[in-house]
Design a protein around this ligand. Sequence first.
Ligand code: C2E
Ligand code: MG
Ligand code: MG
Length: 696
Amino acid sequence: MNEINSINSDNHLLDEVVSLEHQVEDLFELSGLGAYRVSEDGTCLSINSQALKWIGCSRESIIGRKSPASPIANTNWQILKNSQPPNSNEDSEEHIFGLIDKGGQQRFFHFLNAFPPSEQHSSHERSIIFDLSEYRQQAERQRISSIVFESKMGICVADSNGLIIEANAAFSKITGYSAHELRGKSFDFSVLLPGNTALKSKVQKSLANKGEWEGEIREHRKDGSSFTAWVNISAVPMKHDSQSYYVLCVYDITANKTSQEEIHNLAYFDSLTQLPNRRKLNETLSNILSTTPRPDSHGAALFIDLNKFKSLNDTRGHRVGDMLLIEVGHRLQNTVRAVDTVARVGGDEFVVLLEDLSEDMPKATHEANKIGTKILKALARPFKLGEIQFTCGASIGINIFGYDDLVHDVIQHADMAMYEAKKNGRNSLCFYNPEMKASATAHANLEQELGLALELEQLAVFFQPQLNSKDEIYSAEVLLRWKHATRGILKPNEFISVAEESGLIVPIGFWVIKEACKQIRQWTTDPLFSKIKLAVNVSARQFQDPGFVKKIFQIVQTSGINGSMLILELTESMMHDINQVREKMEKIRELGILFSLDDFGTGYSSLSSLIQLPINQLKIDQMFVKNMVANSGDAIVVKTIIAMAKSLGINVIAEGLETQQARSLLHEMGCSLYQGYLFSQALPTQDFENFVKHRN
Ligand code: C2E
Ligand code: MG
Ligand code: MG
């Protein structure tokens, strides 16, 4: 009986154990943990569905077996069994292992012991595995967040009331407040937009409507210095929290802004005088014209050109020239009101804009005249440029404009008036009138036509004989003529200035030299003409052309003439840099070419500069020749020139000779060559040849 009782109680105990075992297994089934049991020989006794999922096999394929059939599951099963810690007291990182899922990705697990060590190896021994992936991902996320927080971008997080919870080092650097100081402060009131109420309400509106605001701010750091930043504020709702947080990303763009401003200044301001440049002037003028409050009122543009600036620059160097320009800028600014614009629009050209003059045109003109005169006076006072005292003066063109005028016209008309002022003499001012426009238009048309004249073969050279005291034709001056399509034959005074201003004189001048060489070449075989030299005029602009010497060599050498048959007529106006001029002349002289100094007496050449240059001939200007009979003063000048030239071994030719009387006088004074209407005007080739045949 006792035995039976004992058997019954054993069975009862076993039932209880089994039931407990089931309960434990159910518990593990619900726990989300992986659990399994293995017998000593490695046979799987039980396994829950979570572990099956991680291993990747079905219950049937493993229960009662040492390994499942599928290769992945088998690998995982082996990893699992081998990962079991030898001593379950240890609970270290070493018990982390990875299983492979269907996609080939590793997933990490940790081994846990379900029972205390005292029960080790009991029949209840159960291995438990725990999925670490989620924790790992979270840790990674935290690591990444902290890296983001370390970035150069200022970041700060504020609670739903806008009170700062945390700020990174970059945010502290940008705002000047430490993280400690920032915590608890309102981000918009204290740090980012303390004084900017308008922007603040805009930000708040945008956050309320869109949950975001982005824009540029210019604020002050704690120390009062200013910074410019690009700010993005986002309201971030929390998953488990009904309230939002604010994340502020602040990027310091102060440096970019500064360089942007520098670029702007370079583009809109003259770097020497710091005055607005032409572009800025146009912009300002355009604003004035489009936003004036009174449509009937007037404004004035004063175009100012300095006199003698070029000669100062050439003789004293650019440094002194720059000093003058800066000083002129100051004087102009001090002469006009602060609201008026003073701009530098070119080398020595300035423009002053006067706004809001009278609606009454005569009154407006009077006002502008007053200021123009004041400027003239200011610029006529001597300038102290280092050691040098310099007086330059200016020419001013004034254009009174209405507010419906075009920007381009306003400045251009003032410029035209300035040219007129220049013609009137130094230190004068001139108002624009519409006739100037007509003459400027004609000028522009002429320039355009002249540009085509060479191509259309409308240019021709005429020859004016130059005779010696024996009335023999010694040489001839080559003079340019333009056979204009509608206006007939034009003389140089009608187009040479246009050619010079436009630069067309350079190609035209070389063409004349080529024509002269061609003519010399043609005459070489004819004894009647072979001794006649040809004198060609060279303009300053052409002589200063860097390729001048090379081009002369090329023309003379390809034409095959004897260089001594060619005379180049230079003028005193090109004698600025005497050393450079001499250098060029010396080189050209290697070809045998002779030099004549044209219009002598009208410039200011000093005797010393003449001695330095290889000049063969002085050409007394026709003004002296014309006046010398009636005016004893002129006669004395001519006499002195001839005597001086003789002592220097230089020939003298008198041009513009119209009377026999003058010729006799010149002959007495020792002049040996003559040119003028007394003998002949400039003639076309055929007529000139006839003249020579008849004469010689
Ligand atoms: P220039 O070199 O002083 O030439 C003399 C000018 O005086 C010529 O005028 C000539 O026709 C004129 N003339 C000559 N004898 C008399 C006279 O007895 N009485 C008067 N009233 N005038 C006389 P043109 O041909 O009209 O040339 C004018 C200026 O044009 C020249 O002055 C010269 O500076 C320039 N020029 C002419 N051809 C050329 C050229 O091929 N190249 C350059 N760069 N300039 C040229
Ligand atoms: Mg000449
Ligand atoms: Mg002359």
